[in-house]
Design a protein around this ligand. Structure first.
Ligand code: HAM
Length: 427
């Protein structure tokens, strides 16, 4: 019997995992430049957090959550996203009592029971940021610019930033009424899903990917024309700050995002080189979320990006990430005595900071050299009885083929010289 990984999940194997490590490294470096600190929340939460936070009438909560009862009879859900957990943690740990805003980032797996396809998985990985405790539109622009800069760090091009404002709890309901009237009038032209959305959550209609609904959606009243004075001013100000940073954007009145917690700024970055799942990342403000899940009125804004989608973009744009698999030295062994010395030297080299390896299958010299090649070793050394007896061995540069005879007893010094050059040795 053979097991396969569950549908919609992936093993991340080397050398691909090197790319993941590289992305995570860039994330940590860049996000630290913007003064965001890492938060790690549990992989599962009580189901109600997501029901209240994300909204009952959303695809995520209605259809996509991995929900189960634990042995204590509590309803538990594998997190489908990170924002609700971050706000839960912010409230639970009373972080609001500290100087604001609080700027967090996270990297980790999320779970949604979606139909798997290119760029869409059931376990996927997000990296995200959340800035909590300020409603300053400059912070919206900071978050958006951080997202853009992050993508540019990988050399991505042809990205488009879509921007909208979805208003607040005072102006949005009025807009929703106007939208609802319009949708009722055009009901017959909508797909069955959208027909049922008219009553339950008309904003979701704007999100519909069904071709049939496009003409109705295109002519629908726009939320930006129905914002209250405060929201309108906030939205203009976000744009002004983006202009200061010379960040281009398209105002997209259809952009409402798939989660109900958004207020004011909503944005997505799309990569035209991707297929149907072309949103690399999305985010926005969620000034009502803390109140929904904890009763405190605390503003926040953030975004999350799918790492799998980022990798697809990188691939689609033929970008080679600067990652290289390799070790400094492979020790090729002949005979049992030499194996023991090689084993000792291998340990010593590693303890000195070199990446090294030896054979563990008692293979022929030829096979060991093949392993060295496969491991992308910069150097190899052959160790047999003669080398031990004469305290002498030959180091081979695998790239140039150059060979150098050295004293085995000064292997560490020789390696320092070869790998780091003169400077390091003088330090
Ligand atoms: P979201 O738009 O649901 O927002 O997800 C953000 C990103 O996660 C998407 O743009 C996509 O790259 C990736 N993603 C989502 N679902 C999948 C999937 N099934 N497979 C692969 N990638 C996926 C949120 O999750 C919000 N929490 C973002 C946010 C943070 N808003 C404010 N702060």
């Amino acid at each position: 019997m053979q097991f396969n990984a569950p549908r919609g999940t992936n093993d991340i194997l080397p050398p691909a995992s090197l790319k993941w490590q590289y992305i995570e490294k860039i994330t940590r470096e860049l996000f630290a430049d913007y003064n965001y600190e890492e938060i790690r929340t549990p992989i599962f939460e009580y189901t109600e957090l997501f029901q209240r936070g994300i909204g009952e009438v959303t695809d995520i909560v209605e259809k996509e959550m991995y929900t189960f009862e634990d042995k204590g009879g509590r309803s538990i859900t594998l997190r489908p996203e990170g924002t609700a957990s971050v706000i839960r943690s912010f409230l639970e740990n009373k972080i609001y009592g500290q100087a604001q805003p609080t700027k967090y980032y996270y990297i980790g797996p999320m779970f949604r029971y979606e139909r798997p396809q290119s760029g869409r998985f059931r376990q996927f990985h997000q990296l995200g940021v959340e800035a909590v405790g300020s409603n300053d539109p400059a912070l919206d622009a900071e978050i958006i610019s951080l997202g853009m800069r992050f993508l540019l760090k990988f050399g991505l091009e042809d990205l488009s930033l879509h921007l909208n404002s979805v208003g607040c709890k005072s102006c949005r309901p009025k807009y929703v009424d106007v939208l609802k009237d319009y949708l009722i009038k055009n009901r017959d032209l909508l797909c069955d899903d959208c027909k049922s959305r008219i009553e339950r959550n008309p904003l979701r209609v704007l999100d519909c990917k069904n071709e049939r609904c496009h003409s109705v959606i295109n002519d629908a009243p726009k939320i930006v024309d129905h914002l209250c004075g405060e929201c309108d001013e906030h939205f203009s100000s976000v744009q002004e700050y983006l202009d200061i940073l010379k960040i281009d954007y398209n105002i997209n009145p259809k952009l409402v995002r798939g989660l109900d917690y958004y207020t004011n700024t909503a944005f997505e970055i799309k990569d035209s080189s991707l297929g149907a799942q072309n949103t690399v990342f999305g985010g926005g403000r969620y000034n009502g979320l803390a109140e929904e899940v904890g009763g405190k009125d605390i503003p926040g804004i953030g975004f999350a990006l799918g790492i799998e989608r980022l990798l697809l973009s990188i691939e689609a744009q033929n970008i080679e990430l600067p990652v290289e698999k390799g070790i400094d030295l492979y020790i090729t062994v002949i005979g049992e005595n030499a194996k023991k010395e090689a084993f000792r030297l291998n340990d010593l080299l590693r303890n000195t900071g070199f990446k090294t390896d030896i054979d563990y299958l008692n293979r022929s010299v030829r096979s060991q050299m093949k392993s060295a090649d496969r491991m992308n070793a910069d150097y190899t050394i052959i160790l047999g009885e003669d080398e031990l007896k004469n305290d002498s061995a030959t180091i081979r540069n695998m790239k140039t083929g150059d060979e150098k005879s050295i004293k085995l007893s000064s292997l560490i010094e020789e390696m320092k010289q070869l790998v780091y050059g003169e400077e390091k040795q003088d330090e």
